[in-house]
Ligand binder design. Sequence first.
Ligand code: UN1
Length: 476
Amino acid sequence: MHKNLIAGQWYTGSGVRGNVNPSDLDDTVGLYAQASRDDTLVAIAAAQQAQPRWAACTPQQRADALDFIGSELLARREELGHLLSREEGKVRSEGIAEVTRAGQIFKYFAGEALRIRGEHLASTRPGIEVDIRRQPVGVVGIITPWNFPMAIPAWKIAPALAYGNSVLFKPADLVPGSAWALGEIISRAGLPDGTFNLLMGRGSVVGQALLENPLVNAISFTGSVDTGRLLMQTAGARFAKLQLEMGGKNPLLVMADADLDQAVQCAIQGAYYSTGQRCTASSRLIVEKAIYPAFTAALVEHLNHLRIGHALHADSQIGPVAEAAQLEQNLEYVATGRQEGARLIFGGERLQRDTAGHFMSPALFVDASAEMRIAREEIFGPVACVIPADNYEHALALANDSPFGLSAGICTTSLKHASHFKQHMQSGMVMVNTPTAGVDYHVPFGGCKGSSHGPREQGSYAAEFFTTVKTAYTQA
Ligand code: UN1
């Protein structure tokens, strides 16, 4: 059994959970401990004790620890990518790419640990100097989703540690295997005991204990809007610092002047790769009428050739849905789209393969309109809808008519429209002739409106969340 890491010790916890391969339900990946509320309280106390010791380590010591973690992830990318794909269901090449990204993130933040900047200003008063320095926030709770079981933990844990915080890591229940493998590597990186704690277990038990406990100074969370709201109501009410990454309903605008092949590639990649299970997925394809017939025909042609299958089979391009409940929800949305009057022109059905898994064909609706539920609500599956637009201005208005604002793309050869879009699209990330999903790891990630709350993740901007600023006045 794979145990939890608490205060530098491996704990059996109060229960066990097996994780099942969504490509082959007869394959149990492993058995993982479930932390209890008491385990969580022990971990919180340990993290609080360890944090000053970790913050007192030199930047070089912190950089070396993060570099060790990054190097091991990169060296083991094939093995860990295989494990990730086996438990989450994204295809093997995507699993390996994700572990690579996690390794690169640790290496990046190893460098950032050496570059913690401050400022020095003259005071408005004579004889006084002012300096502004960044300090750790303290004990940080990290709560992550199942869709990126390595990369999202990496881009929260690495900056937390780089800036001298201690960590309580609660991974998604569905994907403990990747989390445990990452935790095991971190356990050998030379951190003081209690600096990093792995707490696999239920959100209602472990997560809740983190939200409520006043010793947890900050929480970084990626997941659903509903859980984000719960965080605001519990941890927010006790003034914990919060960073929430939630849903998306990301538009991809396809203008009449777009390069058709490029637009189709962006749509296929953005809407369907990783089985559409990305908060950055393009689920609204807003297409100018002049190119609408050609674009939808070319999209269907591509969909016909996509290979959906076992995540670990070399020729699969799209794996299964991660879990039964998500598959049911996707199929319900397909039924909803039909009832609302959108036209399903491809897929949206359960698929049989050699192994029993949660397979479905990618679904494409056309003739959708902005007020339909399939055009407003995050589905989190391989389901996209095409919405016709009269022209660029109409397309932009449709794109901005959403409660979300994470990522947004435009396919166009018009510099004028591309520039206008970058300025006026209400989203945290804008993409020109490139998919809405699949971002770099060294630049800010996050959205506006209902997609995100709090400072951005990733890159040097991660310091906004994982540090707090102190202003010091000195009279000589
Ligand atoms: C990406 O598109 O490369 O949960 C990353 C998610 C996002 C990460 C997307 N936080 O899907």
